[in-house]
Design a binder for this molecule. Structure first.
Ligand SMILES: [Zn+2]
Length: 444
């Protein structure tokens, strides 16, 4: 750890006590064996389960009704006896998830976007150090917590005083903040200037916004004067084509991180990119089938997770609607943190045709992987009458638009056996909601 990093962490510690020791501890955990990691994970699961049983009204009621007691959960296998928590449970019983021991003021309430229908509210204990997993990922990529970075997020509305406090905590780190909701040419040019001056080693943020800036760089043949070490993407499933394009535009590898509004850090890629390492000491991940029974490693199923650090608003065996699978191989980086695959499109992003044919999110998002040089952006919308609009925004230089359109039309026609339900449209812009790119929209 160099002096600058130490200074940064010491200052950080002024705001949040325990930051340095917790970071050290987390790094140590990454060197443990698979068995040791499993033991830690189960022990923490058991602790939070026991706590929730006594202190969280929702779980007390639910577990008692299911006839389960803390004594019934003695091995990892016993976890299967515990009822699942769905988004609907969380929405319907939101007020019963607070610990009886906590003053509500000590929780920060976060509301998830309503992309899957009803927004969900979740509480986070304010003094938990949420940056630890972030620092861990940076460490995997050879970067320190105070790395200079460019971020692409929704603009945070902070007061002057709050900004000063933030700057104090983060000093000497330099951050270029790009508001992902307000992208225009002037702002992109301003970003490029700042980028060349500050030379950040990390680019961090929403895929949608980064995709737009990447398009601009490629279209205008702009080469940045500095190569960052990594581009860390969050908050959206990404297609191979988009990942390759962003990597090309910024001349750096892309790190895919998986999380959701209910839990920001679940897993992330190391530079080997052989799967996403699960933070097994802070989240317990299960992959379950339709019947909520565990699936063999390698099979796709419902992501089900337990936040092992959040006691005052615990999520135990929570299903957020994502699908993924565990991977069987070990990562060549040597870490024993288990590996999961990239998350498939949200379950709700499956499109179902009138004859029952399912177009999976994964299939649809790969539709243009052979046309990454022609297709700048696309969006697939299923209308109320089940028909599908595929909106394509082409690169200006694209000369074979018709070929791409015909190719896509034929590919899909084969799948859905009914070309009357299919429209492929060339568009001049694609709606980019608050910087987040949504590939698939179902209006049904
Ligand atoms: Zn690895």
């Amino acid at each position: 750890m160099n002096l600058k990093t130490k200074l940064f962490l010491l200052k950080y510690q002024l705001a949040k006590n325990g930051a340095i020791s917790q970071f050290d501890e987390a790094l140590k955990i990454e060197t443990l064996s698979e068995k040791e990691l499993k033991d830690i994970s189960f022990k923490k699961f058991k602790t939070i389960f026991d706590y929730a049983y006594t202190h969280i009204p929702y779980y007390t009621k639910k577990y008692k009704a299911a006839g389960i007691q803390p004594n019934d959960i003695l091995t990892e296998k016993d976890i299967q006896k515990i009822p699942i928590l769905t988004r609907k449970d969380l929405v319907d019983h939101y007020n019963e998830f607070y610990s009886t021991e906590i003053d509500k003021e000590k929780l920060r309430i976060s509301t998830t976007g309503g992309s899957t229908g009803t927004p969900v509210k979740v509480g986070f204990t304010k003094n938990l150090i949420r940056e630890i997993p972030k620092w861990r990922i940076l460490n995997w990529w050879g970067l320190s917590p105070n790395v200079n970075m460019a971020t692409f997020y929704r603009n945070i509305h902070a007061s002057r005083l709050q900004m000063m406090a933030l700057n104090f905590i983060y000093y000497p780190q330099r951050v270029i903040r790009f508001d992902a909701t307000q992208i225009n040419e002037k702002r992109i040019l301003d970003f490029i200037n700042k980028f060349n001056r500050i030379k950040p080693d990390l680019i961090h943020g929403y895929v949608g916004a980064l995709d737009t800036v990447a398009n601009y760089l490629l279209e205008h043949n702009i080469h940045l004067e500095h190569q960052p070490k990594v581009i860390w993407l969050t908050a959206a499933p990404i297609t191979k084509g988009v990942e390759a394009k962003i990597a090309k535009a910024f001349q750096a590898p892309v790190c895919d991180q998986y999380g959701c509004s209910e839990m920001y850090f679940i897993a992330a890629e190391c530079p080997q990119k052989e799967g996403l390492h699960i933070f097994a000491d802070s989240v317990y991940v299960e992959i379950l089938g339709e019947d909520n029974k565990p699936l063999p490693t390698g099979e796709y199923g419902k992501v089900t997770f337990t936040n092992l650090n959040e006691f005052y608003f615990p999520l135990i065996r929570y299903q957020n609607g994502d699908e993924s699978r565990m991977l069987t191989h070990k990562c060549s980086c040597g870490m024993n943190l288990p590996l999961m695959d990239k998350v498939k499109g949200r379950i709700s992003e499956k499109l179902i045709m009138p004859d029952g044919t399912i177009l999976s999110g994964e299939y649809l998002t790969c539709l243009f992987d052979n046309h990454t040089d022609e297709v700048k952006q696309f969006q697939i919308i299923q209308r109320k009458d089940s028909s599908i609009d595929i909106n394509i925004l082409f690169f200006d230089h694209c000369m074979n638009k018709k070929e791409v359109i015909d190719d896509t039309f034929n590919k899909l026609k084969e799948r859905i056996h009914n070309d009357k339900l299919l429209r492929i449209n060339e568009v001049t812009s694609i709606e980019n909601k608050r910087g987040k790119l949504k590939f698939i929209i179902s209006e049904r």
